[in-house]
Ligand binder design. Sequence first.
Ligand code: SF4
Ligand code: SF4
Length: 360
Amino acid sequence: MDKDTYYSWARRKGISRRDFLKFCTMTAAMLGLDSSSVPKIVKALETKPRVPVIYLNLQECTCCSESFLRSAHPLISDLIFNMISLDYMEVIQAAAGIQAESARLKAMQDYYGKYVLVVEGSATLGDGGIYCTIGGMTANDLLKECADGAAAVIAYGSCATNACIQGAYPNPTEAVPIRRIVKNKPVIDVPGCPPIAEVITGTIVHYITFGEIPELTSQGRPKAFYSKRVHDGCTRRAFFDAGQFVEQFDDEGAKKGWCLYKMGCKGPVAYNACAVIEWNGGVSFPVKSGHPCMACSENNWYDTSTPFYTHLADIPNNAIGRNPDEVGMAALGVAGIGVVAHAAATIVTKTGEKRQKQEK
Ligand code: SF4
Ligand code: SF4
């Protein structure tokens, strides 16, 4: 295995020790680790050889690759580039055809049992898998071949984790998530359309530091990033609780940044870190920018989130404890009622929280 470490590589690239330490601290925080983990991450990145990564592109649109290639944080994109040899990534590698396939086979042989396989895109079962072929192989066969020698497999993006748009009804190619094909290796699901770059970086750093995959949710996703709903950390949440909803994209509520629930926001059912980590180095995320969340991280989201601009019929774990339609009508009708609704909603929320505490 390559003896070069991430730190020695970063230093050669002119990255300062201070920036390196900042990156380690930030990654520990993102992973939900306490401060005692920072020295462990520092030591691992200073001393452990880089983990080889083979990156496959199956049935997909490449938005996931775009997401991390365009990561605003220089160390994050550097980290990924440092780990992914251009020889192994079909979208950006210089090699093509037989050369590219030979490079993949050589990497698999050299690092057998040690490499991490990152897969973007779904597999496809229809008509023997002919709807996605690469280098003369079906995506399924390629996936099985690469997964055999992998230490772990990361399904990167909603195509790989839930088959995304191509898996929507009537699913003409019989697109399936990759865990339907890879049965003999741990598969870490990193859903999102696309996922946030920091999530895959954090997952790989965790693997380098602790030699094991991070703690996963019951759905096989890194717990640090997928245990809270977009709704829980949303910048518009106070307006939801107050019953102040945007009714049209150009109304007064929209200008004031009110809640987008009635415009079809699926944040209450979307388990993802968008509202916490945000995009482009923490500048914004879709809901903050004025567009409803589509719950792109959830299974079958193209079937369950459409029509996109129609609101959810029901809100699970609804903290305001009442129908947002009724609260919204009150807020629209009389300004004073909006205040009362806010107070009532807050009371309901607090009572609910108290009850939950008592029940624990
Ligand atoms: S419904 Fe959407 S816009 Fe409203 S608080 Fe929840 S996530 Fe934010
Ligand atoms: S805000 Fe919602 S739709 Fe947008 S990326 Fe996050 S989970 Fe997906």
